[in-house]
Design a protein around this ligand. Sequence first.
Ligand code: WTA
Length: 637
Amino acid sequence: MSYPYQIRSLEEYRSAYQASVKDPEGFWAGIAANFQWRRPWDKVLEWNFTEPQVRWFSGAQLNITENCLDRHLAEKGDQPAIIWEPNDPEEHYRILSYKELHSKVCQFANVLKNNGLKKGDRVCIYMPMVPELAIAVLACARIGVIHSVVFGGFSAQSIADRIQDAQCSLVITSDGANRGNKQIPLKSVIDDALVQCPSVKRVIVLTRTRVPVSMIKGRDVWWEDEVRKVETQGNPPCPVEVMDAEDLLFILYTSGSTGKPKGVVHTCGGYMVFTNYSFVNVFQYKPGEIFFCTADIGWITGHSYIVYGPLSAGATSLMFEGIPTYPDAGRFWDIVDKYKVNILYTAPTAIRSLMGFGLDFVKNKDLSSLRVLGTVGEPINEEAWHWYHDNIGKGHCPIVDTWWQTETGGILISNLAGVTPEKPAHATLPLPGVQPVLVDEKGEELQGNNISGNLCIKFPWPSIIRTTYGDHERCRQTYFATYPNLYFTGDGALRDADGNYRITGRVDDVLNVSGHRIGTAEVENAINMHTGVVESAVVGYPHDIKGQGIYAYVIFNGTKTDDESIRKDIVQTVARIIGPIAKPDKIQLVSGLPKTRSGKIMRRILRKIAEGEFQNLGDTTTLLDPAVVEEIKGGRL
Ligand code: WTA
């Protein structure tokens, strides 16, 4: 299979872009024609950004797994679909051909059916990066069950919140996970979470680390036993559930500036078309190439560019269980060398961290198979860009700087590898079908170039968020209410003289720590749960490796031990309530917080102080207690 919609030159990009703006419905109908539908659409697009309501390909029917698996069997049945590299390089790798992946997905889908699941049910998946995670995801999609994957680094409380919100009836997990030289007891975390989750009737547990677990009678079953039952039934086929294009495919929780994480909802048809289109075009994937995305499937990047995008394109997707620094900081390069990876897609935070270990770990690794490099998740600074370009790409691999979000489902702004120009630290140009605008505070669209503003999108693309699960009003408020008739990204951006976008970062109270989205309000809530904490305020500050670090100002009047142990306890509390990824890097104990007379915390001031910028704090005389600013400045960590 080659891809008739793959853009091959700058001219082709320009004409595709123009066509997509002039006639979006015609444009996307032409691309969607390359997929397998059980029934064609009646209407390509219906939309308004006020309710909001967006429907792509309505009336059409399909199953995404038929497009990711079945349709490749005739020509690519023996080609690797998934290559899996274990955490421990001594353990044997695994290769699943399209045929094998198809049969394992059908088998596990039958397991899910035997356990009572049917179309529309919700399943929480909390698993390590093993092929069974991809199998579980696809098995859900095959029978119309909505998956909600939760990253393995989240705590019991975070899992419980997500399970309750989606009212999941089944959980798929494993005994434990390997991460570097650590083991994480996933099943026991699930046991803690489920104390609060009466909706869950069944837990399927995969064997991975063989750590002892407690299996609750009537609730918990082993993956392997369940699969054996299907085998004794003679491995019956598993016909796909025929889904409407706008039926829910999955829920993925992500942090916002207020409240608890929200369940971003993606649907079957549009998500399939756009993840495939963006995968094929941004990375310029050629059949037979090996694509290695280093993300975890627990995040949107893994959903779209380990599972659905590559597999729907019949690509070979490499999945890695471990971490970039185990057994040493050369691990990524060993993997590239071992499997002759052609396209490597990773995060700036990983690049910066590996940079810090020096070139010894890159030396003597054969990276000559690499053709395209990519980054995602946060702005990439020029130094990291050049290091990646020179030492990994050896000066000849284009780097795609891909900007997008959980809510956008796929890449919206990026250069197309080797086809449209790259520019260090710039995501550059929108993909066809994507219409970005920059607006000022009042929501006026800024015309022309060499400007900066808040980044919005003024027309729907096929994988735009449809709703936030169970709370449509929250979706409207968060994304469509700030500026009428625009989708607001929460990011600020510059547009240079040539129309290239440079994303400057969040303009709301969302932090981006090592490429992970964390809401300041969530971290504050977690800190405030610690006994003795009166109040707290959390801001981001520039961090050399993580991009942003977490700086917490805490008013504490509990039993006084020493400051250091108070800080440690608070960090532990945050790890328990949210997960280790949200641990504050710095905690400053203060006697008060700068507040306006109406009681609002002046985060702008706290942010400046955390950044070490004591000038231009603005007018502090109107604060309830101006003296507190001096105290905080004096105690900065
Ligand atoms: C940030 C990850 C600059 C941005 C796919 C966005 C980026 C948030 C880039 C979404 C990039 C993502 N350059 N910033 N190339 N890619 N971001 O939902 O602030 O985990 O709003 O999706 O990451 O994070 P999320």
